[in-house]
Design a binder for this molecule. Structure first.
Ligand code: TEU
Ligand code: CA
Length: 560
């Protein structure tokens, strides 16, 4: 198929930088990152070359889940700033050619949202049906056996009215009832409110979970850690609501929409992102961030490059001309990229972080960079459960102990996978608290900030930051932009467990990416002639790849 068949959209060659506001940059010294702090760093993001910012939630919230529990959709949380600050951010970003994508968290609200307060107040309140209320079973127990991501059960009893309400996340995050058209209208209205301010789009939190089957059947699958998912993820209702949302809201704006969608296959990916289906631009799939852990049994598995390549290639190929991919190594829910997939040892941190960036940024789709990834920030060591902040870490810890896992093993598992790793403040310079705040940071900084910080990275031409800058520039370049954005994808040597090599091609132009995921020097042969080396994370040049020696974590992009 040719590119002509896929209508070109502005977000096809966009590069997104994700900001988790609480941990990004604090200007008023209260220890919490804020919107003025983001404005202060817009030049930094522009310097990197990203042209979209995805802002994790900044709305009014009691912060049970750091803003993913919203109590006012049209208000800014005071700790982050004011609506006036938000408008300045939009304006200042726009001046730099950067669009702002906000988080849309509408599977649930906070239990402190006025809608829920009304809904809870009595069984005949007009907003009762805005949330999902059910009578107990005859024995008084929960209406069904669904589990929650953050609690043992997905239902909490309201003593006053004698009914349970549904929450797929914490009990402070009640699920909205999307079956009620008034709820949907209220959400669409709110989306117009923000889009009219000039927003570049939305990242839609767990948007594949908004459809709940009306009979609320018991779960039948119990191996994922969240019983019930086969009923509430990716069902036809979710697609129907998204198509309605497109019709009533999205089609009136030229925006980027990305759905966060755990439990998805590439087929689901097509249904969400094929332009002709009028749903959303792209989704975040979870297959590749699930391969090194089994959350249900709290088991860490070895990273298997062969499996990783199989997953990524399948997404590249199955969505080619049939949808659109998002590309990410990390976000605010995942450990740090270089610690997880590369090496955070002093010897290999920089080189392996560049390798990982290269592999991702040469693929087809829209790349997302998580704050700090571009300077190779690493996981932090947490000594005990008190040092973790995230409600999910605390819940998993309890769950692990109940299953007979030792404190030591539970802490080790969290040190590999806790969401807190991503939420440790960004390291800006080598002053106290890494320049994140002049006060006391809400979550202590990683002590390696003297070596790893943005100021150092900007001043060092050979830093990860400058490598990312070059990768982004390639995607935007006349010479290679088209093949990077629209080329087809061919995986080489699927069984090679050390080297990831793939070719992107279009209109007779081809780029070969070769990346050594191991800390060994390896020999490989590729039957192509070298036109030019496009980028290389090691110095030096080469003229042939017929017998090439790949250094530890070496990554090259070659025009062939
Ligand atoms: O995450 C949804 C989700 O599936 C997570 O619980 C995921 O399983 C976990 O974070 C993986 O480590 C979204 C947001 O990204 C997350 O921050 C919120 O806590 C959650 O929704 C509830 O809004
Ligand atoms: Ca602040």
């Amino acid at each position: 198929m040719s590119t002509e068949q896929l209508e070109q959209r502005w977000w096809h060659d966009a590069v997104v930088y994700q900001i988790y506001p609480r941990s990004f940059n604090d200007v008023n010294g209260d220890g919490i990152g804020d919107i003025p702090g983001i404005i202060e760093k817009l030049d930094y993001i522009q310097g990197l070359g990203a042209n979209v910012i995805w802002l994790s939630p900044v709305y009014k919230s009691p912060m049970d889940d750091n803003g993913y529990d919203i109590s006012g959709y049209r208000e800014i949380a005071p700790e982050f700033g004011t609506m006036a600050d938000m408008e300045v951010l939009l304006k200042e970003a726009d001046r730099r050619g950067i669009k702002i994508v906000m988080d849309l968290v509408v599977n649930h609200t906070s239990d402190e949202h006025p809608w829920f307060i009304e809904s809870k107040s009595s069984k005949d309140n007009p907003k009762r049906d805005w949330y999902i209320w059910k009578d107990p079973k005859e024995d008084g127990s929960e209406p069904n056996n669904w589990e929650s991501f953050f609690k043992p059960k997905a239902w909490t009893l309201d003593e006053a009215t004698g009914q349970y309400y549904l929450h797929l996340f914490s009990n402070k995050q009640p699920d909205l009832n999307w079956a009620n058209p008034e709820v949907r209208e209220a959400i669409y209205d709110m989306m117009h409110f923000w889009l009219k301010k000039g927003l570049g789009g939305f990242r839609m939190d767990v948007i594949n979970m908004i459809g709940k089957p009306s009979d609320f059947p018991d779960a039948t699958i119990f191996d994922s850690g969240v019983a019930g998912w086969e009923h509430w993820s990716n069902n036809l209702l979710a697609h129907q609501y998204l198509r309605e949302m497109h019709e009533k809201v999205l089609k009136h704006y030229d925006v980027l929409t990305v759905g966060e969608t755990p439990f998805t296959t590439t087929l689901d990916g097509r249904y969400y992102s094929h332009p002709a289906r009028n749903e959303i631009s792209m989704i975040f799939q979870f297959e590749h961030v699930s391969i090194d852990r089994e959350e249900h049994n709290a088991v860490k598995k070895d990273f298997d490059l062969v499996q990783y390549k199989e997953i990524m290639s399948r997404w590249q190929e199955d969505l080619y001309q049939k949808g659109w991919n998002s590309l990410y190594w990390s976000n605010h829910d995942q450990p740090r990229t270089v610690s997880r997939y590369g090496s955070d040892s002093p010897e290999y941190r920089v080189i392996s972080a560049k390798m990982l960036g290269t592999v991702l940024h040469m693929m087809s789709g829209t790349p997302y960079i998580y704050q700090g990834e571009e300077i190779g920030m690493t996981n932090k060591h947490f000594n005990n459960i008190e040092e973790f902040n995230d409600l999910m870490a605390k819940f998993h810890y309890q769950k692990m102990l109940q299953r007979g896992i030792s404190d030591e093993d539970a802490i080790a598992f969290l040190n590999d996978f806790s969401r807190d790793h991503a939420r440790v403040p960004v390291q800006w310079d080598n002053s106290e608290h890494a320049g994140f705040t002049t006060g006391t940071p809400w979550l202590p900084v990683n002590q390696n900030y003297a070596d790893i910080n943005a100021e150092q990275a900007i001043n060092d031409e050979s830093s990860i930051y400058h490598h990312y800058r070059q990768l982004i520039a390639l995607r935007k370049s006349d010479e290679f932009g088209k093949v990077i954005v629209y080329g087809d994808h061919t995986l080489l040597d699927p069984q090679d467990s050390e080297v990831y090599a793939y070719i992107r091609s279009i209109d007779g132009k081809s780029l070969l990416t070769i990346a050594n995921f191991s800390s060994q020097t390896v020999q490989r042969t590729y039957p192509y002639s070298v036109k030019q080396i496009v980028i290389n994370n090691y110095p030096g040049s080469l003229s042939s790849i017929h017998n090439i020696e790949l250094k530890p974590y070496q990554a090259l992009v070659i025009e062939i």
